[in-house]
Ligand binder design. Structure first.
Ligand SMILES: [Zn+2]
Length: 364
């Protein structure tokens, strides 16, 4: 396992602790039903949280995992080190909402973001490592322009932790996603520099209660709101940020921010013009709230609005159909209703709807 950073930032890497090398090995060891010994020192606080709490969450997440014994050589010093308050910059909705709140709106210097990070910590395809590297390099360049516009430093770090994720499957034969564990580990690896980090959360608190029973694959979707606060050391605090918002609320949060209007890029699909593809699930769940808010034109520089309009009615019908089953589509229907936005009728073809809009489905 390795973490790699540019030479000029080498001092940021924690060289006195193995905190960054615990979480992913713990998950792997629990999957393979093997005890784990860390041949080095880790934070006493992190050790306590692993001793009592974290493995129980893993076992709740999947029956493919079992409790094991974790031992370590010893514990690290508790002397404070880092001064950076950081967040991930991906130019997606979660990332921008967090940065908007804790950089633009935050006035306490102890909690205000003063550095941004770009981690190559997850495999976007299980087969092509080179494609993953290409994707990382391209997105890094785009994100750096956004960081420069905010006058914030951005640091990039790579790890191979995702390679340990490729062979573990749940009891239904699906690959696990433990990207949040590798992301947390990237942050821990930089504990010489970082003292506080806002971790991007997927679901809001209410959605987590309703939808986590369907989260068999992704440990973050299953437990981020209570797992992330347990990933702590004496010197480094991880905060799950975004649990206070639905995704539609995050879109609303950043809709008037010029940085998001210029750089918003939730899409993972490669396009030759560099714009968001405007038709994938990630684009659609961003574009519909923008349409509901009447702000599509403000984002015409990063989305192909005309392309979106060709399938938007079809997507709205899908949201209505999946109400109560799919979290983002459910909240889009609620968001439409809250904003008196007319949605198509579920039992009619999308083309007929434009002439006679019908109210949204009511929440049961
Ligand atoms: Zn897309």
């Amino acid at each position: 396992m390795y973490f790699e950073i540019a030479d000029e930032n080498a001092d940021m890497l924690a060289d006195d602790s193995y905190d960054a090398f615990v979480l992913v090995p713990l998950f792997v060891a629990m999957y393979h039903k093997q005890d784990l010994h860390i041949c080095g020192n880790i934070s006493r606080k992190l050790y306590q949280n692993i001793k009592w709490y974290i493995p129980r969450i893993f076992c709740d997440f999947s029956k493919a995992l079992t409790l094991i014994n974790l031992t370590v050589d010893g514990f690290t010093s508790t002397k404070p080190k880092g001064t950076l308050t950081g967040a991930s910059l991906s130019c997606g909705v979660d990332s921008f909402s967090t940065i908007y709140d804790h950089f633009i709106r935050e006035d306490d210097p102890n909690y205000r973001i003063n550095a941004l990070f770009h981690f190559n910590h997850e495999m976007r395809t299980h087969k092509k490592i080179l494609d993953n590297q290409d994707f990382f390099d391209k997105s890094f360049e785009g994100n750096r322009l956004a960081a420069d516009s905010m006058n914030l430093p951005m640091y990039s770090l790579e790890t191979n932790l995702y390679a340990f994720n490729t062979k573990m499957k749940d009891l239904r034969g699906k690959y696990f996603s433990i990207a949040h564990l590798s992301l947390s580990s990237c942050v821990l690896s930089l504990s010489n520099a970082i003292c506080r980090y806002y971790m991007p959360a997927t679901f809001d608190y209410q959605q987590a209660k309703v939808f986590n029973k369907f989260a068999h694959k992704d440990i973050a979707e299953f437990s981020e709101s209570y797992l992330i606060p347990l990933i702590q050391t004496e010197n480094l605090e991880l905060i799950p940020d975004g649990c206070q918002y639905r995704r539609t609320d995050k879109v609303k949060n950043i809709v008037n921010w010029e940085i998001s209007q210029k750089y918003l890029h939730p899409c993972n699909t490669y396009t030759s013009n560099g714009l968001n593809c405007s038709v994938c699930p990630k684009c659609l769940r961003t574009l519909l709230p923008l349409e509901i808010l009447g702000k599509l034109d403000n984002f015409s520089g990063v989305f192909d609005i005309e392309k979106y309009k060709t399938i938007s009615d079809k997507y709205k019908l899908r949201c209505l159909k999946n109400y109560g089953k799919e979290p983002f589509e459910t909240e889009s229907v609620d968001f439409a209703k809250e904003n008196n936005f007319p949605m198509p009728a579920l039992n009619k073809p999308a083309t007929a709807v434009k002439k006679k809009p019908v109210a949204v489905v009511k929440k049961k």
